[in-house]
Design a protein around this ligand. Sequence first.
Ligand code: ARG
Ligand code: ZN
Length: 887
Amino acid sequence: QAIYLRNYQAPEFALDAIDLTFELDPQATKVSAEIQVRALGENRCLVLDGQDLTLLSLAIDGRPLDADEYQYQNDQLTLLNVPSAFCLSTQVEINPQANSALEGLYLSNALYCTQCEAEGFRRISFFLDRPDVLSRFTTKLIADPQHAPILLANGNPIAQGTLADGRHWVQWQDPFPKPCYLFALVAGDLVCIQDTFVTQSGRSVDLQIWVEAENQHKCAHAMRSLKAAMRWDEEVYGREYDLDIYMIVAVNDFNMGAMENKGLNIFNSACALADPQTTTDLGFQRVESVIAHEYFHNWSGNRVTCRDWFQLSLKEGFTVYRDQAFSADMNFAGVQRIEEVTMLRSAQFAEDASPTAHPVRPDHYMEINNFYTLTVYEKGAEIVRMLANLLGPQAFRQACDLYFTRFDGQAVTVEDFVACMEEISQRDLSQFMRWYHQAGTPHVQVQGQYCPQTASYRLDFQQATPDTPGQTNKQPLLIPITMGLLDAQGRPLPLKLKLASGEIQALGLQGVLELTQAQQSFEFIGLEELTEAPIPSLLRGFSAPVKLSFPYTPTQLATLMAQDTDAFNRWDAGQRLALDTLMPLIDAQVTQIDLAQDAPMLLEAYRALLTEAEHTQDQAMLASMLRLPSFAYLAEQYACIPVEAIEQVRQAMRFALARTFYPQWKALYQAQISQQAYAPEATQIAQRSLKNLCLDYLLALAAVPEYQQEVYQIALTQWRTSDNMTDARAALTLLAHAPDASWGRDPLAEFAQRWQQDALTMDQWFSIQATRPYADTLQQVQNLLQHPNFSLKNPNKVRALIGAFAQQNPLAFHQISGAGYAWLADQVIELNGFNPQIAARLVIPLTRWQRYQDTRQTLMRAQLERIQAQANLSADVYEIVTKALQV
Ligand code: ARG
Ligand code: ZN
């Protein structure tokens, strides 16, 4: 059942052009295709992909085929003895309304839309559904003008008209050859927000965002983001848009975030729509980055595409790297990086350590949809970032130029990409390629040796990558370690590296050590000024996706926190200090913390941060520094995750800090209250994040009689008076999650009352309730499944309620009775019946069973086995569940 990279074979036929006609009907859409076929070799047996298609007719050069000239079975149409070049006419019928998998052509509310990546086009028409077959597409859409007044497809509209029976039609032509996974159509009753963009070279592009009428007021941010992204790609990569029109459509039912179809992006409405009343700052930032991501795909993905799906990270890793760089330029770069790393270290590292661990370029798969993962996307982006840093900005840009020019219009591989980097930099990157092949998170252990006699300091590195399912004996990687040295007062020291040749290399105040061996040492000399060991600042900016350890003393960490020149490492020193403080308390399962006794250095660090807080210009950084490590990040530190103890100690620490610094939190909170009208821009976002962090600490005291009234009132006031969802949601979440549930009851009801018509906003209401950190939340979540606003058919709702419960509510999901697991399995089984992609995503938390204690392991495995025993299990769910039970 699995497909292997090593079995790749080039296509034997070219499909130079395809002319499609859709007669749209909810239950019986007719799709006619005229395909120009050309044999590339001797083979005259053409095998096309086609799934769930009702075949109406087939003809070659106009001659209808007899039944013995073809076969349609097992999702393949086989045509025997075809000519060397011909026109193939096919006609099929499909049922968009019955398509609940949301792959191929489906209906979202009354809107026709498509999702073809990775292999959805075969559910629309017979074709060679593989990314290395590029064709020119023409698409004619015919529909009832009442139901579908707007008819959109890739490229430019070239003709339109009305038929005798009253139906209207529009024909679109895409001048760029493309693989069929980039095909798209949309038809329905939509309104359009328009703008124009003038490219670098002076061409004017029509920008259109199409939405249902009630969402018209939520498009401004997407449009602004699109224009910023277009400008940015011109300035930073020299890439210009290539069609006269760029369309974005927002739909409610969508399996993923968005899709980069040529000239016609289709978006999950959650990643396109935003307005201050209903969207949080995080939501605004997500829209900005997803809009940019899909736009950037026009070059990294569409103009240059993937040879096969094993190369997925070629376009996704690269494009995520590009969208991250864009977001860093639009927001505060330091905090942007902190957020990327936080996600990578808590979620991607967890994937690396799980039964579904896989390399950034997998070498086999059963269902490709299961490989749209954090590893392929986020770790893939880290690999490109390492390349960019190894080459430096100029050479990296040149190498990207070379890649885009050389491979324009082609379907290529990761090797082709890295070869451009090699060619420009004149470096051999063969060892670097292991980053693409080896799964798992490398561990780097570092020790320092200070020698006052020789005024030198030696760093000894050891690297190792753990075994992952099906992969053992990993080879050493090329790991770039960006670093500096500080003296005990935190002043940066000039780096003089002694090379093996005896030569001395002056690196300035920061250098990059290239680790290539399993064990390797680097010696710095000329440290005559020092009286004690220097403090190494390692892995600045998170220069490689590894777990790095160094035996820092708490004092060294405090110095790094306060003094390091690298914002990321200042923050990370704080994280290390917090981990070093919290983990022993977790191991001891304490329920109360005396800061002076249990956490003296952390206490001093918070005191220092809060003292300078009044004067800070950098609220974004301060908010990051004051935030305790998340549950997920703490959990990642344990082979066996002590669920209750982590949550208990996190809450105890939050409580202790809240109480010790109550006046400071309150003053800082008040200092962030602003009279400015809401705008989703970086400075305001930073201010709100700091304000809401303070609020979080204040509410930690909600159970203490002397503070109770005051802190609830502060939250309630914010809830009532805020003019934006960021502040409203922060306050509501704290009220709803507070120990005394009665405070949250009315606000939750008010919220539902006010937003019941707004699907995306109600999703937030479901999430807030699904993440209440108490065991009885399961009962409430079960009730919410029956809520009139909930629907299992809508992936956003599934993620908001079921996904949030299983992934962001450890106490309730992992309750020792196993009820959380059984309930999740029930939902997976139900979803498997109509949306396998979503079902396969939802089951992931159960696959992490190895990380919990015995009782939980047994309960989680039992649910996996129950799922595995279902009849009609989809390939998607089967692949994941089987892997999870095999290890
Ligand atoms: N290429 C899209 C993006 O990252 C993702 C689409 C994946 N969809 C899927 N059903 N596998 O922008
Ligand atoms: Zn993408």
